[in-house]
Ligand binder design. Structure first.
Ligand code: FAD
Ligand code: FES
Length: 299
């Protein structure tokens, strides 16, 4: 059992929890995720690792109460326990293993949309701990939905907040803000790391392709087993079949087929849709197996 050590409301319907999970805390890295199951009958909920404390043995998650499971999860209080807290799952962020000399040469911009700020935070924090200065754009529909701004300001060199309705910070979406930084404020970036709603990541990638900035995104399709076996999280990257849970969740954003991913997400929700997908995807419909090959299409 995994005890809730801390609970905070960050914004309407957005909650932060510290969970006692010693083994996960010991081995996790930024970029990875966990699958939480509240009780015996609970649904499996994939959530990004937002922070961790190896000494205390705790892992921080941030979630939005959207559907029935996350709404139920929001009712849990400090001292309550989750039945399963499986992880760390997925690959760690590529930045972690990039040679220091290479990383030091790069000027990096993180772009965080909505609840996507949660998975951006541990990466920016890790960069700060290694002595790298990075910039960060945090975007939301309005002021009330901005999360982790103060925390981010402690770890990023510059934090640019943007709201669609202009109720706080820059007025516009994250793309408007990136354009302003590059075109009007003389900023130069060698790499963008964008995490947020799929539609946001798609449009950020269209923009960064135009202006020639390599971009990494973190995909969050429906996940079931989180081990590459079920095929739920399938997507196409550079023309190849990938599974977000074992091959990602981070990918080269300029190679991701976002439209297919969004369409597949919708279809996967219904029995009829899954039957169509099974026919269309043929032998590769099921998952990628054990995750031991770099290319699940070969498995
Ligand atoms: C890797 C990853 C991990 C995640 N982990 C978690 C998790 O741990 N917990 C959790 O609850 N959810 C998680 N999510 C889910 C995800 O972050 C939320 O579903 C998403 O952020 C929805 O937020 P929102 O409704 O506030 O978006 P919105 O408020 O609709 O948008 C947020 C920002 O995106 C911009 N935007 C929207 N559309 C466009 C566009 N077309 N062009 C340019 N900008 C646009 C907006 O302007 C705004 O700045 C994760 C997602 C990813 C990708
Ligand atoms: S969740 Fe990725 S293959 Fe099942």
């Amino acid at each position: 059992m995994y005890k809730i050590l801390k609970k905070e409301t960050l914004a309407p319907n957005i909650y932060l929890m510290d969970i006692e999970a010693k083994r996960v805390a010991k081995s996790c890295y930024p970029g990875q995720f966990v699958i939480v199951k509240m009780d015996e009958k609970g649904e499996r909920i994939p959530l990004t690792i937002c922070d961790y404390d190896r000494e205390i043995g705790s892992v921080t998650i941030v979630f939005q109460a959207l559907g029935s499971s996350t709404k139920r999860m929001a009712e849990y209080e400090v001292g309550d326990e989750f039945r399963d807290f499986a992880g760390p799952l997925g690959r760690k962020s590529e930045l972690i293993d990039e040679p220091e000399a290479e990383l030091r040469k790069k000027s990096i911009l993180f772009v965080a949309g909505g609840v996507g700020t949660a998975p951006v935070y541990p990466q920016v924090k890790w960069m700060k701990e290694q002595g790298y200065d990075v910039d960060c754009v945090i975007g939301a529909r309005n002021k009330d939905l901005i999360i982790l701004e103060d925390e981010m300001k402690k770890v990023a060199k510059n934090v640019y907040v943007t709201t669609d309705d202009g109720s706080y910070g820059f007025k516009g979406n994250v793309n408007d803000c990136i354009k302003d930084l590059v075109n009007n404020q003389g900023k130069h970036y060698d790499l963008v790391i964008a995490i947020g709603p799929v539609i946001m990541m798609k449009f950020v990638c269209i923009l960064t392709k135009e202006i020639g900035i390599p971009t990494i995104v973190s995909m969050n399709p429906i996940m079931v087993d989180g081990t590459g076996m079920c095929g739920a999280c399938r997507l196409t990257v550079g023309g190849k079949v990938k599974f977000a849970c074992v091959d990602g969740p981070e990918f080269d954003g300029h190679l991701v087929d976002f439209d297919e991913s969004m369409k597949r997400q919708q279809m996967y929700k219904t029995v009829e849709g899954r039957a169509i997908l099974k026919e269309k995807e043929g032998a590769t419909h099921k998952g990628g197996g054990c995750g031991c090959s770099d290319d699940p299409a070969d498995r």
